[in-house]
Design a binder for this molecule. Structure first.
Ligand SMILES: [Ca+2]
Ligand SMILES: [Ca+2]
Length: 122
């Protein structure tokens, strides 16, 4: 129930963004403006995607990913990750958390998650 509602609102969100994008695209007439709009839209879409990703990992939806949540999600969503996680020690999982954990509170907030993924993509 909860999940289907989420999917529905994501769908609406995408549709709305697309319509806004088309509207701005048509009404803007200089190249610099167009470029600016597409950059903003891309960034928003990216953040939306990251939010979905973050939510999958944040099992109790308290806004933070803990050691336990990361371990659990990694072991259930990805076969390859499961192999690694099965072998990984708590210490290794903590290492992943630590790599992303900027304020050292032992869990990953959304901001930390975004930064971590962005660094990963570079
Ligand atoms: Ca959590
Ligand atoms: Ca943190």
């Amino acid at each position: 129930m909860d999940r289907s509602f989420d999917m529905c609102s994501n769908h609406n969100w995408r549709r709305l963004s697309y319509l806004i994008f088309v509207f701005l695209f048509v009404s803007a007439n200089d190249a610099a403006m167009l470029e600016k709009i597409s950059t903003v839209m891309l960034k928003q879409l990216k953040i939306q995607k990251l939010k979905e990703k973050f939510r999958i990992h944040d099992l109790d939806h308290n806004g933070f990913i803990t050691n336990h949540e990361l371990r659990y999600v990694m072991s259930t969503t990805d076969k390859q990750a499961r192999k690694i996680v099965d072998k990984a020690t708590d210490k290794q999982v903590r290492k992943i958390i630590k790599a992303a954990d900027v304020d050292n509170d032992g869990q990953i907030s959304f901001d930390e998650f975004v930064k971590f993924i962005e660094n990963d993509e570079k």
